[in-house]
Design a protein around this ligand. Sequence first.
Ligand code: HEC
Ligand code: HEC
Ligand code: HEC
Ligand code: HEC
Ligand code: HEC
Ligand code: HEC
Length: 443
Amino acid sequence: MVNHPTKKIFQFKTVVLSIVLLLNLSLFAQDAALSADALAGEALFKANCTSCHAMNSKQLGPALQGVHTRRSDEWLVKWIRNNEALRASGDKDAIAIFNEYGGAAMNNFENLTEAQVGTIITYFKEWTPPAPKAVVTDGAPQEVNFYSQTTLYILLFLIVVLTILLLVLRKTKNSLKQSVSEIEDEKEEESAPSAFKTKFEYYKKRTNPTIFKMAVGSIVLGGLAAYGFYFGVTEIGVQQGYAPEQPIKYSHKLHAGELGIDCKYCHSTVDKSKQASVPSVNTCMNCHKGVQLRDKYNGEISPEIKKIYAAMDYDPDKAAGEQYGNNPKPIRWIRIHNLPDHAFFNHSMHTSAGVSCQTCHGPIQEMEVVQQYSTLQMGWCINCHRERNIDVENNPYYEKLHAKIKAEKDDKNSSYAKYFTKDGKIDIKPANNGALECSKCHY
Ligand code: HEC
Ligand code: HEC
Ligand code: HEC
Ligand code: HEC
Ligand code: HEC
Ligand code: HEC
């Protein structure tokens, strides 16, 4: 029985290609979410409308997310093609929105056919908000989302392993067939050859083909596993750039940046204890009992602020004294920074030494969604302990140390003598003060 070689190759290729295709499809599925009509509409929208409109934010014109739920399709077609005529016809909604936007006139788009405007409306209907992007901050390579990168690596790894597995299986099958026919001519000459290639051929011939293939296969798989292990040790667990979506769209950019609220107003334990702690909902209520943003949501309370009320089981519309129910559900913030249990870190030690939050956490006040700015790896801690000066002079925490160093300044035998620079200033780093000892950071 002869198995046609091209046919086999074809089957093999088909399998590999389908795997790759499936993976691609799942990776890029998001792009395929819009229908053909909506894609045409998107193109028209980008060409004609984005100078004044965005889907999810107010520009010169209103945000158009969900506009199809506010207006009928018929109204939208009329408005988009000739809003002037619609207003002239006395349409109340048209006049109201025109007045709301201070009489800023939108162009007429009579050059677009009704069908074309229809595709734009389809686009509005199918549009979904983009996934929040990781915040890009200066200096460090922050754009990479750890999870998507890891997933990609794992997928690539799987492709390679599966491909090799297929290759090995295919070859095994072939050689099993071959060996049946070769069993007859076993009596060939068997002189031990020298060159590697011939040696390889020699052992290949002498060994049972199946076992030989399996041996080669395991060597390759072993190599890959070793790489996987190395990857796991060095990469997994490092969550730099990690920025999960939180249960409430709380923004540091707004609160700590634009409103200028002090970090310690919310992270109140950061100066006193090991933990910086995330604030309880009560802290939010100090302001959000009053700040409901009803004007932004057509008289309704902001849906995000409603979540704060739900967490407190608070109903502002009830009579005073009855507003708080007895079924509060604390907000489950997703923890971002997390050292392994064997490492010890203390905030107050660092803030009292004058290290700013931003040195370690990056420009939090510019982040819409908090992301992990530093690696939090051991090397990161150690580097700073080697490089940063301790301000022993102006820090009450170091009063004793400072006095001792000063007293021994002129004593050449003092262990502190070496910490004076030529111009008599103290140059001492955490490393000189024991901050490189394993036991300081490890339980
Ligand atoms: C020159 C700026 C400008 C351009 C270009 C523009 N618009 Fe507008 N649009 C506005 C303004 C301003 C309003 C608010 C009403 C007003 O003042 O007339 C508006 C309102 C709307 C509304 C009503 C929203 C609501 O909440 O009822 C829709 C729908 C709309 N535009 C769609 C479009 C589409 C689709 C395009 C592109 C084909 C477009 N606009 C191009 C400025 C613009
Ligand atoms: C109005 C209250 C408030 C203020 C002000 C505030 N934060 Fe936060 N912070 C929070 C809340 C709530 C969370 C948890 C939700 C989140 O991660 O966005 C948080 C989370 C964090 C985290 C991540 C915690 C984790 O899970 O690892 C860091 C780091 C942080 N804040 C630093 C700061 C810094 C630095 C400032 C000042 C520039 C600041 N915060 C100001 C309320 C606040
Ligand atoms: C010191 C006052 C203050 C504190 C404390 C505060 N906020 Fe705010 N917050 C505001 C103000 C003011 C706004 C509205 C800004 C604007 O005009 O858009 C706001 C807006 C918001 C919004 C945006 C709502 C929307 O729909 O646009 C969310 C969500 C929010 N806060 C969540 C929180 C959470 C959660 C906490 C507690 C961790 C908190 N805030 C603590 C003052 C505060
Ligand atoms: C020397 C670096 C450093 C500085 C400075 C620093 N942090 Fe942190 N922060 C960390 C590390 C490391 C963690 C993770 C701690 C853990 O997992 O035990 C963390 C965790 C946090 C958390 C999560 C909750 C917690 O307590 O573990 C918050 C919130 C936070 N920091 C806020 C702040 C604020 C606000 C400041 C400034 C007042 C600040 N940090 C200054 C390194 C720092
Ligand atoms: C940006 C600089 C910086 C980073 C990053 C940093 N530290 Fe520090 N660390 C300091 C300074 C400054 C001191 C104060 C000097 C002192 O107390 O000896 C200090 C002191 C300490 C001490 C007290 C040492 C002693 O002698 O008592 C410990 C423990 C410590 N750090 C742990 C950590 C750990 C764990 C990390 C990483 C997760 C870390 N630090 C990251 C700057 C840093
Ligand atoms: C300044 C603080 C600090 C000092 C000093 C320190 N470590 Fe670490 N070490 C850490 C932190 C933080 C981690 C967690 C790193 C991570 O999660 O990637 C860690 C992780 C480790 C790990 C786990 C492997 C890894 O990379 O995750 C080992 C093992 C370790 N340290 C051994 C030591 C030994 C031995 C010493 C003394 C020579 C020492 N450490 C001194 C902070 C420190």
